[in-house]
Unconditional design. Structure first.
Length: 237
């Protein structure tokens, strides 16, 4: 009778041989059991669980000889000079363009308002029935005339073309009966004066010295005459 161990021992040896042929695992890497193709499939050092080509791993980002990446600097991008834009226009040029727009806007619009008040008042010097209204009209023609003449000089100096005279309401005012003329005139010039003063107030914030000087010179007189027109209109009601 054969010893039972003669059957058990070969079986144990066979199981052990199969276990040795299985892949090995550790916490750091996977090492295949064998490679019979003759082609290298990995440059991993099975002892140290790391590539053998000089590549190291930090987190998920490879660095080293075959990493395919290059170091870079994360410094801020260059923004150019403070007084220039991407189009090459300097800050001084931009300021000059803005100043020219401001000058043109004020001079052209103020010219329209001044001419309207002058033409309406010139008509009133002859057609007004009330003596106080006639006196105010004469004062307005004189003062607004001076302001308009100096505005023309500014326009010439700055190369700005002034619009042609086109006073709204002039024909309507001239066609009114004498009894209605004075009140209508005062309302019209008060409205035009308020529009002119709004332009003067805005221009007082501009940067052009000659424009600011002009506004400071004539704004007080224009404001005073606007108040006179409103006050006189209330008295005539």
């Amino acid at each position: 009778m054969k010893n039972p161990m003669s059957f058990v021992l070969p079986a144990i040896i066979g199981i052990a041989a199969q276990a040795c042929s299985l892949p090995k695992y550790d916490a750091g890497s996977y090492v295949p059991a064998s490679n019979t193709s003759g082609v290298s499939t990995s440059s991993t050092d099975p002892v140290n669980s790391r590539p053998t080509d000089g590549t190291t791993f930090t987190g998920a980002t490879p660095t080293g000889a075959n990493s395919g990446t290059t170091p870079f600097s994360a410094g801020p991008p260059s923004m150019g000079t403070a007084n220039s834009t991407s189009s090459g226009i300097s800050g001084e040029d931009l300021e000059a363009d803005e100043r020219n727009r401001e000058n043109t806007n004020f001079i052209t619009q103020a010219s329209v308002r001044l001419l309207s008040v002058i033409e309406l008042s010139d008509l009133a010097t002859n057609s007004a029935q009330n003596g106080a209204v006639k006196n105010l009209a004469s004062t307005v023609v004189r003062d607004y005339g001076k302001a308009n003449d100096e505005l023309k000089d500014l326009a010439v100096a700055k190369g700005i073309s002034l619009p042609q005279s086109n006073t709204p309401g002039l024909k309507t005012l001239s066609a009114l009966p004498a009894n209605d003329f004075d009140q209508a005139y005062l309302k019209m010039i008060a409205l035009e004066q308020q529009k002119a003063l709004a332009l003067f107030k805005q221009a007082s914030q501009y940067t052009d010295p000659s424009l600011k000087a002009y506004v400071g010179k004539y704004a007080p007189a224009l404001r005073n005459q606007e108040k006179q027109a409103v006050t006189l209109g209330r008295k005539l009601k």
